[in-house]
Design a protein around this ligand. Structure first.
Ligand code: AMP
Length: 284
């Protein structure tokens, strides 16, 4: 069992990274908001193959939540998260070398006044419902990448639009970090794993299991996109979802509208069940 170092300040984390870099080691980062599940752990395992040292960051980022959203109730379970990460370290070589747990004031010190404005893949879909969201994500991810000086970072396809936004930002700002994507991990009934699944009641959990089935039908539909999207919305309502934020077929590379030259297509759904908002996506 390899010990897991925990760092709570930028300075402590940077001292460790500097020591690794002096040895010529390649550093990888898995940014998370904690309440870890197998989706997060799969990203760690994937990054283990691409980096000599892996840092997992756990930070519930207030700037990506709107005032009416679930910042206060977002699950926080640090001891359990650390135990899950520790359990990955039972092989001869550890999968995780350090956990970075910054405080809100470490990330957003008094007087913090910088914002990032995004276009391209950030337009539409999530931004229509959560206009504050990608700006908050971009700032925290840019900060975590720069603080950790990581050579490579990995993000889940679960948040596919977010992955494209981060890739675009890293390219546009010349951040010296390779951005990797990891596949979506699912529960046995196909529900995409998410920290927010913990909010679901038993009845809602049953309904939630239909989302990926409807998503697959949308992804592989043979009708014209608008018709297939309408059908998916109706199916979600019939299955018991309270509201559908979007059910869309998009170009798989840009997430813009599908066009004759689209090489792949991706179905994306955001739907609400009680107080829980679920998102999922699938390529076809
Ligand atoms: P979060 O803690 O929700 O901010 O997620 C941290 C990272 O884990 C993000 O890059 C997510 O896309 C990724 N992630 C979340 N759920 C899954 C999943 N079911 N499969 C793979 N990656 C995931």
């Amino acid at each position: 069992m390899h010990a897991l170092s925990t760092f709570r300040t930028i300075g402590d984390m940077r001292a460790q990274v500097a020591a690794w870099k002096a040895e010529g080691l390649r550093v990888g980062l898995v940014p998370t908001m904690g309440a870890l599940h197998d989706g997060h752990l799969s990203l760690v395992r994937a990054l283990e193959k691409k980096a000599d040292r892996v840092i997992v960051s756990i930070f519930v980022n207030p700037t990506q939540f709107a005032a009416h959203e679930d910042l206060d109730t977002y699950p926080r379970q640090e001891a359990d998260d650390l135990a899950q990460l520790q359990s990955l370290n039972q092989q001869a070589t550890p999968a995780v070398h350090a956990v970075y747990l910054p405080s809100v004031t470490d990330i957003y010190p008094q007087g913090f006044a910088t914002q990032i404005t995004l276009q391209g893949p950030a337009l539409g879909l999530e931004s229509d419902e959560r206009p504050h969201f990608f700006g908050g994500v971009a700032v925290v991810v840019a900060k975590l990448l720069m603080q950790s000086q990581c050579d490579v970072a990995i993000f889940g396809e679960k948040d596919f639009q977010q992955l494209l936004v981060i890739r675009q930002m890293a390219r546009d700002l010349d951040l010296p970090c390779e951005i990797l994507g990891g596949p979506i991990m699912r529960e046995p009934d196909g529900l995409a794993m998410s920290s927010r699944n913990a909010y679901l009641s038993q009845d809602e959990r049953t309904i939630a299991g239909t989302l990926n089935v409807i998503l697959a039908q949308l992804a592989h539909a043979s009708e014209p996109p608008e018709q297939a999207e309408e059908k998916a919305r109706a199916a979600l309502k019939a299955a018991g979802f309270d509201a559908v934020d979007y059910a869309c077929l998009r170009d798989g590379e840009s997430l813009g509208p599908l066009h004759a030259g689209s090489r792949t297509r991706r179905a994306l759904i955001a739907a609400r069940l009680g107080k829980t908002r679920l998102i999922d996506n699938m390529s076809a």
